[in-house]
Each structure stands twice: as structure tokens, then as C-alpha cells.
Design a protein around this ligand. Structure first.
Ligand SMILES: Cc1ncc(COP(=O)(O)O)c(C=O)c1O
Length: 395
């Protein structure tokens, strides 16, 4: 390694360590995603995966993936526009379009890729992008990639501030972007308010529904369905890595938009597609959601049970409106200590600090899943209570 680069890495890593921001604790799992995990030979309750519906290790998905390997093999072989689109990709896109009541859908390699693909196509350097202050990193990177010179950030979920941005000088086309569910706090975007303002000021709306798909709306159809806004939201981005239980991302919108992505979307044109087993498992997952809302209901009742118990204990659970349950701690060092102590007690719940959340707002973010049983959640509450008391966070 070049010495100047090496020094840069060493110095930056040392700085991170000094500031308590160095992540030395990336756990390696020796078991599938599920309610319980094996980590280094220790059985721990999983409270930090985005596997909302428990589908990541579902037998039906595994069978679908195995059958797809037999029929289509493993690799896509090329980028999709050359020779890497298989029948499965088209089937999945049609299925998601029906599920979301969207005109058309395109799948991409991940939710991150979906954002960095579509945002630069929606707005260029002479257009205007207005983005929520707490939007996900992949939206921020998508905006950077667009080269847009007229970026405006509105205060989190603040419709007055959004309107102020809309009233300012707005060169070119205007795009408003929001997360659907904000992943670190669990609150839901005021999509009806955003759509109303967009219609008033002639702007387009894009929502990243990564944490709303499989969670919000009828049978997990997402935030647009939750607020009955079909036909009024221009672009919906989704990911399969959370409730859907697999990997991949998608963009739903008008036929022209999806066609445009196929002609101009750089990650579509220059990076190979998700693999046949991934796509087949994703199809199965959407089929399961279309058959029954049982898993979605269980997710919500588990979330409500856990949140209620934690509040009763005196924990600050922020302002979540979804099964995402942040346990607000404040100091990154304390949150990290809590996470370590919980792990000793058999609970895997990672602490989250800067830069993922603002400085001074470190937390343990608990992700509830339909895979948890009530006994699992009672066990978790007992352990949080014991550790919280030991650290003086609750009485
Ligand atoms: C709001 C949001 N968008 C996009 C992503 C990225 O999704 P993926 O893991 O599929 O790249 C995430 C995942 O962390 C997310 O929370």
C-alpha cells in the first residue's frame, strides 16, 4: 500500500477510536437470520435485524431458491441489458407492480442501488431537489450523484419548512424526496402533507419505502397504500433486504420512468442483476404477502407489546409509530456499554451512534419481528430491565 494512503487510513482510524466512534464489534453470525442466533457459540435473541416478517429463513423461500438454482443456475451471466435478464426478473417486476398497484416496476441489485440509479435520472444539475433532513444515506448519495446544484434540505417532517423551500427560487424540475419510515426513529413520513404541497407547487414526489414495505398498508403494501395515495406519488423505491427477507431493490412508477431507467440507469446498464435464487425467493415472499396478512399483523402486535412494556419500565422509546423501537440513551459510550451488557445476558441489540444518528442521540435500536414469540419478548424486557437498572438508566 502506498505510504501516504496508509498513513491517512491509520490516522483516521486512530481518530475514530479516540472519539469512541470506532466500530470494533461487527458480530459474525453462525446461524440463519431468525428470532435466535448463534454468535460465537452463544445463543442470543436477535433484536437488530430488519427481518421484520421472519422470511429470511422461511422454508418456502428456501425451496423457491433451490428450485430456481436447478432451473436457472446461480449467476446472471451479464448485465441485464446484454444477457442477464431472466424470465424470473420479469415475473418479479410484474408481481410487484400488481402488489403495489403501480404502472411499472424495475428491480435493481439493492435498495441503495435503486436510490442511486433513479435520483440522478429524475433531477440533473439544473433542477431542484428538496430532501428531508433525516433521509437515508443512499438518498444523500443519489442526490450527490445527480450533481444537482439546487439542493434544499427541509427540517425533518416539517411541512412548513418544506413549503418554505418550495416558495424559494426553484430552477428546472422540482423533486421532493422522503424516506417512508425513518429507520432510526421509526416515525412515518407525512406523505399526505408532502403530496398536497407537491401538487400545489408542481413538484414530483419520491418515497423510499424500505421500512414500510411488508410493514405498512394492507398486507404490507407500503406507505402509499397506508395513506391511500395511489396514483399521487410519482416514484416509490423499495428494498427486498428488510421485510421481504432477501436482497435486491426496486423502483415503481410510470411506464415511461421505468423505460427511461432501462435506457439510462447506470447501475442497470453497467452492473449485473440479482441472482436467480434471490429473485425466486423474492417472488415467493411477495406471493406469501399477497396470500395473507398474518405475518404483518403479528409484527404489529409484537411491536406494540414490546414498546408498551419498555415504556412501563421507564425507557425513552422516542416517537416511533412502527415496530422499530429505539431505546434512547444519548452518549455513544453508554449505548455501546448497554449493548455489550445485553449481549452478556443473551440479547443481541446493537448500539447506534454518530454518523448514523446525530451526535448525543446514541441509542439501542430494537427491531421487532414477527419471528419473535411473546416469550422471547418477555425475556428481552426482563434483560433490558436488569441491564438498564444496573447502568442507572431506569429506576
Ligand atoms: C431507507 C433505506 N433506504 C435504502 C436502504 C438500502 O437498502 P439495501 O440494503 O437494499 O441496499 C436502507 C437500508 O439500510 C434503508 O434503510
Amino acid at each position: 500500500m502506498n505510504k501516504t494512503f496508509q498513513k491517512h487510513f491509520k490516522d483516521t482510524l486512530a481518530e475514530l477510536k479516540e472519539q469512541g466512534l470506532y466500530n470494533s464489534n461487527i458480530r459474525s453470525l453462525g446461524s440463519p437470520q431468525g428470532a435466535w442466533l448463534n454468535i460465537g457459540g452463544k445463543k442470543v435473541l436477535n433484536m437488530c435485524s430488519n427481518n421484520y416478517l421472519g422470511l429470511a429463513n422461511d422454508e418456502r423461500l428456501k425451496q423457491a431458491a433451490k428450485a430456481a438454482i436447478d432451473e436457472f443456475g446461480i449467476g446472471p451471466g451479464a448485465v441485464r441489458s446484454i444477457a442477464g435478464t431472466m424470465d424470473l426478473h420479469g415475473q418479479l417486476e410484474d408481481l410487484i407492480a400488481r402488489f403495489k398497484k403501480a404502472e411499472a416496476v424495475i428491480t435493481l441489485q439493492s435498495g441503495f442501488q435503486a436510490n442511486t440509479t433513479v435520483i440522478p435520472l429524475l433531477a440533473g444539475k439544473n433542477d431542484t431537489i428538496i430532501s428531508d433532513q433525516l433521509n437515508h444515506a443512499s438518498i444523500i448519495d443519489g442526490v450527490r450523484l445527480s450533481g444537482c446544484k439546487n439542493k434544499k434540505i427541509y427540517k425533518h417532517s416539517d411541512m412548513k419548512d418544506l413549503e418554505r423551500c418550495l416558495q424559494e427560487d426553484r430552477p428546472g424540475r422540482t423533486l421532493i424526496i422522503t424516506d417512508g419510515v425513518f429507520s432510526m426513529d421509526g416515525d412515518i413520513a407525512n406523505l399526505p402533507g408532502i403530496v398536497e404541497l407537491a401538487e400545489k407547487y408542481d413538484a414530483a414526489v419520491m418515497v423510499d419505502d424500505a421500512h414500510g414495505e411488508g410493514v405498512l398498508g394492507r398486507g404490507g403494501r407500503g406507505i402509499v397504500d397506508h395513506f391511500h395515495l395511489h396514483g399521487r406519488v410519482d416514484v416509490e423505491v423499495g428494498t427486498f433486504s428488510k421485510a421481504i427477507g432477501t436482497v435486491g431493490g426496486c423502483v415503481a412508477g410510470s411506464k415511461e420512468l421505468i423505460d427511461y431507467i432501462k435506457q439510462r440507469g447506470r447501475p442497470f446498464l453497467f452492473s449485473s442483476a440479482t441472482t436467480p435464487p434471490d429473485v425466486a425467493a423474492t417472488i415467493k415472499s411477495f406471493e406469501i404477502l399477497m396470500e395473507s396478512d398474518e405475518l404483518v399483523q403479528r409484527l404489529w402486535s409484537n411491536g406494540e407489546f414490546f414498546k408498551k412494556k419498555m415504556k412501563e419500565l421507564g425507557f425513552d422509546t422516542g416517537h416511533s409509530e412502527t415496530p422499530i423501537t429505539p431505546i434512547m440513551i444519548g452518549s455513544a459510550a453508554e449505548a455501546s456499554k448497554m449493548s455489550k451488557d445485553l449481549f452478556e445476558e443473551g440479547i443481541f441489540a446493537t448500539s447506534i451512534g454518530f454518523p448514523t444518528v446525530p451526535k448525543g442521540q446514541a441509542r439501542i435500536r430494537v427491531m421487532i419481528s414477527a419471528a419473535h414469540s411473546i416469550e422471547d419478548l418477555v425475556f428481552a424486557v426482563e434483560k433490558f430491565a436488569a441491564v438498564g437498572r444496573k447502568l442507572g438508566l431506569i429506576k
